[in-house]
Design a protein around this ligand. Structure first.
Ligand code: GDP
Ligand code: IMO
Ligand code: MG
Length: 429
């Protein structure tokens, strides 16, 4: 069997949680392959709302396995809080939530370092979620980090102390930042108890055995391709590989095991945090998108920056990911707009181009826009592509044609069942 992939094609928050939760019913396992509690994936069903940060979005589907892969960074405190929510909701997760032993741990001092480093950057700050993501991945590539499997080793306490001491001396290069270290440390130690009770696996063997046994697996991305450490708008990115290649690294599967790659894009575009965003609308239209779309961060509550769809940006991330089908979300947010614009090219230094420049953070980029007529009606009750208003279909078909990839799903609301399946390229029952 091959492993299908779902990931974001923009700057995150494309609606990955919703689509994964929907599709999970057709799979045996959902596996997160990168990122950590910087992610906030929202799921809505049966009148309930859940925001998941570390737990894969397949957890509410009875019987389905959920693997937190080696490429993920885990904060035991956040994970415990999430598990508490699952318990309150009566979700039976005990034998279905698996941790890869090679996943790295976020220590309280990683968060401390994140806060100190961001505040020292002043105006140049990344806009990090301050969950300790950057410092934890630095300790991974720097070969210092602690992993899930280390928790049960005899020397864990000493290794923790040594790493903490190292962090405390690193903190001395920064101006003082307030951080309740003792309190956070106590919470962290208490939360480790819970981690000990969860099922730990050798993720790479586990997933390959499952594939060999014919299990259907869906890999769930976090963040978005424009936040990829290598190909995103560096340095305004996260610290992991968010693209399809990250699936191989973050789960231990070979490239030939990758099946369908479902790229998710909103019907417009958002970004939270600092960094370039060519089609951003810093005006009343952007404000209207934010209000209609409820564009406030699921993890930090920060208002998201809003703008029109950016086709050169999407072509870039489709290329990087080998996207085989598109899921377009939040089309309903555009219901009331008289006119919808789409960025079709960039003007940079008097030249028109379809490609993102190396110095995207410094170059003034003027997008070239094409206007589409809005449909100005509710999509309530619409369940097939054919029933969509003509103008909405035209908008989506123009997108499909420009991007050269078929649209398989169109999401018309946050709830699980508000989804139009346009083409059944994956099993979606
Ligand atoms: P993720 O990080 O990619 O999982 O996305 P987030 O959960 O951070 O943000 C997506 C937001 O849009 C959440 O509040 C979802 O409930 C909501 N959402 C998802 N799909 C749709 C949709 O089709 N229409 C509307 N109006 N909201 C949606
Ligand atoms: P999901 O999975 C949107 C952004 C932050 C910041 C930058 C670096 O919900 O789509 P970090 O905490 O990684 O050091 O932050 O990346 N960012 C996200 N933006 N959605 C996310 O996740 C994000 N995770 C990180 O706002 O600009
Ligand atoms: Mg999110």
């Amino acid at each position: 069997m091959a492993i299908d992939v779902i990931l974001g094609l923009q700057w995150g928050d494309e609606g990955k949680g919703k689509i994964v939760d929907y599709l999970a019913a057709s799979y045996d396992m959902v596996a997160r392959f990168q990122g950590g509690p910087n992610a906030g994936h929202t799921l809505k069903f049966d009148g309930k709302k859940f925001v998941l940060h570390t737990v894969p979005s397949g957890i509410f589907r009875p019987g389905l396995l959920n693997l937190i892969g080696n490429g993920v960074v885990i904060d035991p405190i956040t994970l415990s809080a999430e598990i508490e929510e699952l318990e309150k909701a009566g979700v039976d997760y005990k034998d279905r939530l698996l941790l890869a032993k090679k996943a790295h741990l976020i220590l309280p001092t990683h968060r401390y370092l994140d806060a100190a480093s961001e505040s020292a950057k002043g105006k140049a700050k990344i806009g990090s979620t301050l969950k300790g993501i950057g410092p934890t991945y630095m300790d991974k590539t720097g070969r210092n980090g602690l992993r899930v499997g280390d928790i049960s080793r005899n020397n864990f306490k000493e290794r923790y102390q040594a790493l903490k001491e190292k962090h405390l001396s690193l903190l001395e290069i920064y101006p003082p930042t307030s951080f309740a270290l003792e309190e956070e440390e106590q919470k962290w130690m208490d939360s480790l108890e819970l981690l000990r009770q969860l099922k730990q696996v050798d993720g790479e063997y586990y997933i390959n055995h499952a594939l060999r046994a014919g299990k259907r697996i869906l890999a769930e991305g976090a963040q978005g391709s424009m936040l990829d450490i290598d190909f995103g708008t560096f340095p305004f990115v996260t610290s992991s590989n968010t693209i399809t290649a990250g699936v191989c690294i973050g789960l231990g599967v070979s490239p030939d095991k990758i099946g369908e790659v479902i790229g998710i894009s909103k019907a417009y575009c958002t970004r939270v945090g600092s960094g370039p965003f060519p089609t951003e609308l810093e005006n009343a239209v952007g404000e209207r998108l934010r209000t209609e779309g409820g564009e406030f961060g699921a993890t930090t509550g920060r208002p998201r920056r809003c703008g029109w769809l950016d086709l050169p940006q999407l072509k870039y991330t489709i290329m990087l990911n080998g996207v085989t089908q598109l899921a377009i979300t939040k089309i309903d947010v555009l219901n009331a707009f008289e006119e919808i614009e789409v960025g079709t090219a960039y003007e940079i230094d008097g030249q028109t181009t379809q490609e993102l420049p190396y110095d995207i953070c410094d170059q003034p980029i003027q997008p070239v826009y094409k206007a589409h007529t809005g449909w100005q009606q509710s999509l309530e009750g619409i369940t097939t592509f054919e029933e969509l208003p003509q103008a909405a279909r035209d908008y989506l078909l123009a997108m499909e044609k420009e991007l050269g990839v078929p649209i398989s799903m169109v999401s018309t609301g946050p709830e699980r069942n508000k989804l139009i399946v346009k083409a059944r390229r994956v099993v979606v029952e």
